[in-house]
Design a binder for this molecule. Sequence first.
Ligand code: AMP
Length: 105
Amino acid sequence: MDIFCKIASGEVGKDFIYEDEELMVFEDIHPEKPVHLLIVPKKHVVDFIDVEDHSLFQKIMKVAQKMVKEKGLVGKGYRLKVNGGGHQLVDHLHFHLIGPMEKAK
Ligand code: AMP
C-alpha cells in the first residue's frame, strides 16, 4: 500500500489542512516554498491519466482555489502541479500547491 493510501486509511497519522469524503490536503514533508500542500484523492488512483470521472478534477480544483485563498497566495504567485507518467515519486495521484513564487520571466 502506498503512503497516501496509508494516510487516507488512518494507518499513518497526518494533520489535514482540509478533508472531505473524497479529498485530503496536507503539508508536503519536503516543502519547496513556505506553502507546499498536497491535494490528494483518498481513493487510490495511480496516475493523472487514469482518471475517468472528470468530476474529480472539478473537486480538486475547487479545493485548490480554497487553499490559494486560505493560505494567502492570491496575488502572491503560486504553482499547481501534477507529476505523472512515472515522473512521480508517490504512485497515488496528487496535486502540489506551492507558493509564494516569483513572477515567471
Ligand atoms: P511526486 O514527485 O509528485 O510524487 O511528489 C511526492 C511528494 O510527496 C514529495 O514532494 C514528497 O516530499 C511528499 N511526501 C512523501 N511522503 C509524504 C508524507 N508522508 N507526508 C507528506 N508528504 C509526503
